[in-house]
Write a protein that binds this ligand. Sequence first.
Ligand SMILES: [Zn+2]
Ligand SMILES: [Zn+2]
Length: 469
Amino acid sequence: FTARFGVPPVEWHSDISAAQKRKSWRFILQGRASVVVGARSALFLPFSHLGLIIVDEEHEHAFKQEDQVIYQARDMAVLRGRLDNVPVVLASATPSLESWVNAGKTGSPPRYNYLALPKRVHGAQLPEISAIDLRATPPERGRWLAPPLVEAIESRLKAGEQSLLFLNRRGYAPLTLCGACGTKVTCPNCDSWMVAHRLAGRLRCHHCGHESRPSNDCTACGAKDQMQACGPGVERLAEEVLIRFPEARFALLSSDTVGTPKAAEAFIRSVSDGEVDIIIGTQMAAKGHHFPHLTLVGVVDADLGLAGGDLRAAERTFQMLSQVAGRAGRESRPGAAMLQTLEPENPVLVSLIAGDRDAFLAQEAAARQAAGMPPFGQLAAIIIGSPHEDRLFEAIRQLASTRPYFDSVQIYGPAIAPIGFLKGKHRARLLIRADKSVNIQHILQDWLGTVKLPSSVRMQIDIDPYSFL
Ligand SMILES: [Zn+2]
Ligand SMILES: [Zn+2]
């Protein structure tokens, strides 16, 4: 960075010490920092003469902050740019539907200028993407890698090239159940399964962080040695890689194994130096790392993100899989990406394989427009939660009996939330959909202002929700 621009950037993120933050803050206030590279909160720094804001990977869902103060940092960057009257660049190879629409690509009047970068960095070619139909060529029982993918990995090993196996599931197995009575090991604080983490020797809830020691005996029926791990996480894939390719050097890339920026740096260096043959990674592996010897990406479960009723499931899956496929063949060597799927005819996968991002965005835009969903309509979620189930039901009754009726506004619920019990609280959810012309904030204010919720019931309002749990 310094070589290119002549100045080192000032860093701003949560891993910076408080003392360093104070120093940087003053530096920025005094106008002595030329470039700040920062996370979401960098938008609130006291820049004295801001000239440009660049939001890299603008489609990233992590820009939406969901705890405490809820905001979308990309939208906040656009707002800050408008207040300071400076240009804002939203950069992405797989733009969000919101930005695509704002750039006028779906026929509505453009609010943003559209700049295209048609060539890839270093002149690398896009990888050849193909599907492996798991119905036609399934893996053997208890294995997760199908024969065509295994063959492709073998040929890379022979050629001295690297492969990446992508599975967005931390730990060993997402579910542990009793073979005798079928009881699933669940979290005491949430309606969710405890995820087996064998490297750490723990069971962990990925929602609230609850941990317990795994047991071989069932707590429900008392059966001995009947607990079975179901489904794969990256640790279990590593086990299969070890059995199939005993000579290969492999490394796990997930937030459990590579937890700090320093560790990530060391990991990237060892891969770039060719010390690893097979990388097994979660979404961390999809990020823009540059691995020059990587020529094969195997997506172990391309269907994983497509299930469920999440508004942005298709968009998120398309973005993540394009990004992870793009890890293959970055330099002179052409790359290949193989997607293991039970549904190769799914439109998301079809556009991905055809390399047709614009077709995907057009389809997605048409579907959202037909449903009046964002960015063509507005959506808000109201989540109410209480440790006491009876109080929650009282709150549900109140909200249901006072709900307003308007044209061009639909209110769905209140209903028990998809995760009905989370972090020790019973939860219910309402979704409010409204046309663009409606002032949804006013409606919510007028309605919720009249509702007196029982004590211990907490309400949270999320405008344009990203999480639908
Ligand atoms: Zn049992
Ligand atoms: Zn939990």
